[in-house]
Design a protein around this ligand. Structure first.
Ligand SMILES: *Cc1c(COP(=O)(O)O)cnc(C)c1O
Length: 238
């Protein structure tokens, strides 16, 4: 794996997608998804100037983060169980995967206990895939007032995982729908939302063209993840 070359290539592709969409490259933040990668790889990425990292499992993050440079910032991008909310609040700057009021209430409780506010994104299952977590759009709009009433959570935007496809153009409507949904949420909240976290290694350019502010890239930077068996019944993550 040539991380420096991959990073340069990714930066070029981000810049080109921004150019096509008439956006500033600085309006897109690259989040390096380091799940499955050891601390040495994170350190190498940090040495190349990456500062924002994502993990999808609290347990893996707790073991890894203390072995990585302390200046790095970490986002949780994978499904969070309520019984891990306390650790999530301890280890992550932002939680991108809030997908129920019950989870949000538990995060509120743990944030209160930790005397901090927690920036969150609300995860939306735009395509309604059974294998994925996230709010259905109607359900999100219904719960938005209750979510917004939790004083220790700051709703910063929306996150989605598009269905896997070899043809990223096919998932453009998913990204567009998330952007429209963000506008609907902003109208209901009467306040702007900063982030649209959408786009992974296979589809980030289309996501940027549709307004992504955070792209979450794993394999495009680090190459294929070391193979590990997923727990039985776990949704497949790409
Ligand atoms: C693994 C993962 C990514 C990165 O996936 P790649 O296809 O390797 O870029 C992004 N977001 C989430 C939520 C993930 O679990």
């Amino acid at each position: 794996m040539d991380l420096a070359a991959n990073l340069e290539q990714v930066r070029r592709r981000i810049a080109a997608a921004c150019e096509r969409a008439g956006r500033e490259p600085a309006s897109v933040t690259l989040l390096a998804v380091s799940k499955g990668q050891p601390p040495e790889v994170v350190r190498a990425a940090a040495d190349l100037g990456l500062t924002l990292f994502g993990e999808n499992k609290v347990q893996e993050a707790r073991a890894k983060i203390p072995l990585c440079p302390g200046r790095l910032r970490w986002h949780l991008v994978g499904h969070l169980q309520t019984n891990k909310a306390r650790d999530a609040v301890q280890w992550f700057e932002m939680i991108q995967s809030v997908d129920s009021l019950r989870l949000a209430e538990e995060l509120q409780k743990q944030a209160e206990r930790a005397a901090r506010t927690v920036p969150v994104l609300l995860e939306v299952n735009v395509a309604g895939e059974a294998s994925k977590f996230g709010y259905r759009p109607e359900q999100l709009l219904a719960e938005l007032p209750a979510l917004n009433a939790l004083p220790r959570l700051e709703i910063r935007g929306l996150m989605t995982l598009a269905p896997w496809t070899p043809e990223p153009e096919k998932v453009r409507p998913v990204f567009r729908r998330l952007r429209e949904l963000k506008t609907e949420c902003e109208q209901r909240l009467g306040a702007p939302l900063e982030h649209l976290s959408m786009g992974m290694s296979g589809d980030f350019e289309v996501a940027i063209e549709e307004g992504a502010t955070l792209v979450r890239l794993g394999t495009a930077l680090f190459g294929p993840r070391p193979v590990r068996s997923a727990p039985a019944g776990a949704p497949v993550s790409h």
